[in-house]
Design a protein around this ligand. Structure first.
Ligand SMILES: Nc1nc2c(c(=O)[nH]1)N[C@H]1C(S)=C(S)[C@@H](COP(=O)(O)OP(=O)(O)OC[C@H]3O[C@@H](n4cnc5c(=O)[nH]c(N)nc54)[C@H](O)[C@@H]3O)O[C@H]1N2
Ligand SMILES: Nc1nc2c(c(=O)[nH]1)N[C@H]1C(S)=C(S)[C@@H](COP(=O)(O)OP(=O)(O)OC[C@H]3O[C@@H](n4cnc5c(=O)[nH]c(N)nc54)[C@H](O)[C@@H]3O)O[C@H]1N2
Ligand code: SF4
Ligand SMILES: [Mo]
Length: 831
């Protein structure tokens, strides 16, 4: 590729960023093929495929590498997910490798100062702490782990240490989606796929904002309009967003209004007798929560009982609970009652970060089942994943504290036994008691040991809890000063988490290593290492294996299998160990491939069958279940449980919920009673606080804030406010105000009539800005089944800065920390 073309490609991406930030409703998508119609090689430039590092959409990019550096990014036209399109983050993804302050050396805190140490010392320090107290060690991981990274951590903890204290940030993200799927279908993950968006007549977004959070996916819908197709978008939310701008209808609800709305739709389907009787008779049961100690399975209830319970959710009652006018509820009821159209529902954090998360997920599935809007292309209840591999790594590999690979759980003896067999471990190696979920893990870590805080060493990989846990003052900042607690953080940049770390491990990032991700539509994707990591940065999988091997050398029994072999042993053709625990030899073989082939065995029990590694090398991802055909080729599945596409549906059946929790091939239509949010505005804290994201930044901004165009486009967090609320409090545009909750404070500039527009009584704050930690204020209350906390609603007050008084010493610490971080937050580099 000559320099002109490269410049053109780059300027197209810049222009894209520019046009994006100008906002005014334009869609955050540019076409790769407007910049490049082919991707020439030669002159040392080589292209290779990789999934984008960012969101769960799972776009594929083509990465151009020259002289050992990533120099260009293009959308991948061969990829079914994005067909050559990328959003601004995707176009700039290559630049994330080149921030000036990449971590390049292990750093140990000695007398308060971070000091460079060797990898040997780092690995030894960690292994010794684990050796001394294996049961008080915990692993906090990520939906941004690659599949092999998660699998290695899982095997190390649950297989090697017999310790189930491993949980990922996806607990904060997808846990309620998982419990919703389990409660409804007996097995996790969506039945439909992205093709539903090409075929639906109506798209309902339930409190999510795909125009900014899944931009390329959302453009599949808006593009249809520009082709002259009709698709009606109905946005239900607690604030107006860019998705609202693209919607035909906007239904503004109160927090938890979604529960009432879904009950209201089901009420109408029954009352108007236009639910899908044949689908329900053949394929569904009714389910309700037990009166005492409810479980995820619940209990069977009769249709009659369901009708009685739902009777009170009339459109008028739903209006009272949700704030959405009764007529709009009737409109939704009529749409779902119409079997001639196809309806797809999408949701994400609004429904998952919810203390009724399991309930609302089940209810929306129930709306689709009861109305029969299920399992035909375009008719789908679809939970979107946020992170690039929350599905592939967390849900499928099972890196949650209660889970084992392939849909197994630690509590079931036969599941433990199967894993012990696949891993060739001694019987009884795997602990039957679930470990700590995320909130509990950090509670136990930040509580003094003498007071029962029984997690003393915590390793964090590919996540930034110092910024993203709820109620940071309690769950993270309390670690300060606890001498016997040891925090290890593996990251690529200095972060809010490395601030309190005792040991920092520099990690390889994205195409600096081999990897695999699994996206929102069950699609498993693979990429190869393309460039070297900077300095001494190393792969996260290598770190886990090196710690395991150190323990093996120290004689820790769990690191040997039944035959005395190292649990991560890889042999060469002569049966000799390849010393993959030594980084010089880590790429002597493809460790990812070994781990993936081992993992693949686990996936058939729940019919999440994966193909051999080499099939993913060839493809732009394959959607499981992937089964081998008679001719030896591998076939993916688009529509699960539907007889026309799913190979596991019984011959001749139209639908088959083959992992039904009632063991009869049926899905469960749940009834749950509406309940209000756990904390509501009152006299003292009169406003709702909602938190979330913006298009330009990825979560805590560690990567995107180091990309000059993105950082310039969105340089600071802010608080979105309604102009009448601002007027009433005499607050001006841009003025700095203090947000106070019962848990902490955060100072932010005010944005009136900004990109998102909350109604009166609600404010919204994005959490990407390390210098403005809104999670000082958020609530850690969680759903009883999923243990996922609710970041979407709590009670706050907005105080003009001049009148604020410090109300506790802890708030002062938090503010000091914030001030300190401000100096590291605005690192700008050019990509
Ligand atoms: N640009 C960008 N894209 C991303 C990410 C990113 O950081 N940046 N992160 C990715 C990840 S991990 C995730 S999880 C997704 C998140 O994607 P989304 O869920 O789409 O986005 P959020 O901004 O977290 O959600 C904010 C919305 O929650 C809704 N909400 C508030 N209360 C309620 C309620 O009671 N019920 C319902 N139903 N809705 C409510 C509000 O309407 C509000 O607009 O984005 C993914 N994509
Ligand atoms: N207020 C509020 N808080 C929230 C949410 C919300 O809606 N509101 N949403 C929650 C949700 S849904 C999510 S998913 C979480 C996300 O929360 P986090 O996962 O904590 O946020 P990230 O910024 O994605 O953190 C990833 C970290 O990994 C580093 N990193 C990147 N690549 C690598 C790698 O290859 N190896 C290693 N070792 N490190 C790497 C990045 O620099 C970054 O520091 O936030 C949760 N917190
Ligand atoms: S939509 Fe998501 S996966 Fe696609 S380019 Fe944008 S950030 Fe990457
Ligand atoms: Mo997430």
């Amino acid at each position: 590729m000559n320099n002109d073309r490269r410049a053109l490609l780059k300027s197209a991406a810049m222009a894209a960023a520019g046009s994006m930030v100008a906002g005014n409703g334009s869609l955050p998508v540019v076409r790769a093929d407007q910049a490049v119609d082919d991707l020439p090689t030669g002159e040392g430039l080589e292209w290779n495929k990789a999934p984008c590092r960012f969101c769960g959409t799972g776009c594929h990019v083509q990465v151009g590498v020259e002289d050992g550096r990533v120099v260009a990014i293009a959308g991948d036209k061969a990829a079914d997910v994005n067909k050559g399109l990328l959003c601004v983050k995707g176009y700039h993804v290559g630049g994330i490798l080149y921030g000036k302050d990449r971590l390049t050396k292990p750093l140990l805190r000695k007398d308060g100062e971070l000091t460079e140490i060797s990898w040997d010392e780092a690995i030894e320090t960690i292994a010794q702490r684990i050796f001394d107290s294996p049961e008080t060690f915990a692993f906090y991981g990520s939906g941004q782990w690659t599949i092999p990274e998660g699998f290695a951590a899982q095997k190390f903890m649950k297989g090697g240490l017999g310790n189930n204290h491993i949980d990922p940030n996806a607990r904060l993200c997808m846990a309620s989606a998982v419990t919703g799927f389990l409660a409804t279908y007996g097995v996790d993950e969506p039945a439909g796929c992205y093709q539903d968006l090409d075929e639906c007549d109506v798209l309902i977004t339930w409190g999510n904002n795909p125009a900014e959070m899944h931009p390329v996916l959302f453009s599949r819908v808006t593009d249809r309009r520009s082709r002259g197709e009709t698709v009606r978008v109905i946005d239900i939310g607690t604030r107006r967003t860019r998705t609202t701008d693209a919607a035909n209808d906007y239904l503004e609800m109160k927090p938890h209004g979604d529960v009432a709305i879904s009950l209201g739709i089901m009420h109408l389907l029954i009352a108007n007798d236009n639910y899908d009787k044949s689908f329900v008779e053949k394929h569904c049961n009714f389910r309700g929560a037990e009166a005492d100690s409810p479980t995820l399975q619940g209990e069977a209830i009769s249709e009659e009982d369901f009708r009685k319970r739902i009777a009170k959710y009339t459109p008028e009652h739903v209006e009272e609970l949700s704030g959405v006018p009764a007529d709009q509820i009737r409109m939704l009821g009529e749409l779902f009652g119409n079997h001639d159209i196809r309806i797809t529902s999408l949701w994400c954090m609004g429904m998952n970060q919810h203390t009724m998360g399991t309930a609302i997920n089940s209810l929306v599935h129930g709306v689709h089942l009861l109305s029969g809007h299920f399992g035909r292309p375009g008719d789908a209840p679809t939970s979107l994943t946020g992170q690039p591999s929350a599905c592939g790594t967390v849900r499928e590999v099972g890196t949650l504290s209660h889970a084992l690979p392939g849909g197994r759980v630690v509590a079931k003896p036969e599941h433990r036994q199967q894993c012990e067999e696949y891993w060739n471990l001694r019987e009884g190696s795997i602990n039957a008691v679930p470990g700590y979920h995320t909130v509990k893990m950090f509670e136990q870590f930040t509580k003094p040991t003498a007071e029962g805080g029984d997690i003393t060493t915590l390793i964090v990989q590919v996540t930034n809890p110092g910024q993203t846990l709820p109620n940071l003052n309690a769950l993270f900042n309390d670690k300060e000063g606890l001498k016997d607690k040891f925090l290890i953080v593996s990251d690529v940049y200095p972060t809010a988490s490395t601030q309190l770390a005792d040991l920092i491990l520099p990690a390889a990032l994205w195409v600096e290593k081999n990897g695999m991700f699994g996206n929102s539509e069950r699609r498993t994707q693979q990429w190869f290492k393309m460039v070297d990591p900077p300095g001494d940065a190393r792969d996260d999988t290598w770190m886990t294996i090196a710690i395991a091997h150190k323990l093996f050398e120290m004689g820790y029994e769990g690191m040997q299998d039944k035959d005395g072999e190292f649990i991560f042993a890889v042999k060469d053709d002569d049966g000799q160990d390849i010393p993959i625990w030594e980084f010089e030899h880590y790429y002597d073989t493809n460790v990812d491939k070994h781990l993936f082939e081992e993992y693949r065995q686990f996936t058939t029990m729940k019919h999440k069958n994966l193909a051999p590694y080499d099939e993913y090398v060839k493809a732009r991802g394959l959607r499981w279940p992937v089964v081998e055909q008679e001719d030896g080729s591998w076939r993916e599945t688009r529509f699960r449980f539907s007889g026309f596409d799913d190979p596991f549906v019984k011959e001749g059946e139209e639908f088959d919920f083959y992992h039904s929790s009632s063991n009869d091939g049926r899905a469960q239509i749940w009834f749950h009673e509406y309940a209000p949010p756990p904390e509501m505005p009152d006299d003292q804290y009169p406003m709702w606080l909602c938190t979330g994201r913006v298009l330009e930044h990825w979560h805590t901004g560690t990567m995107t804030r180091r990309l000059a165009p993105l950082n310039r486009a969105m340089p600071t967090a802010y608080v979105e406010m309604h102009s009448d609320d601002a007027k009433a409090a005499n607050i001006r545009q841009g003025e700095i105000v203090t947000i106070e909750s019962r848990r902490g404070v955060c100072d932010l500039p005010v944005w009136i009539d900004g990109r998102g527009r909350p109604p009166r009584g609600t404010i919204f704050v994005p959490f990407f800005d390390e210098s403005k930690l809104i999670n000082n204020c958020t609530l850690e209350a969680f759903d009883p089944f999923s243990k996922q906390p609710d970041y979407k609603k709590c009670a706050v007050r907005v105080v003009k800065k001049t009148t604020v008084k410090q109300n506790s010493a802890k708030d002062q610490t938090a503010k000091d920390k914030t001030a300190k971080e401000a100096t590291t937050a605005h690192v700008e580099v050019s990509s």
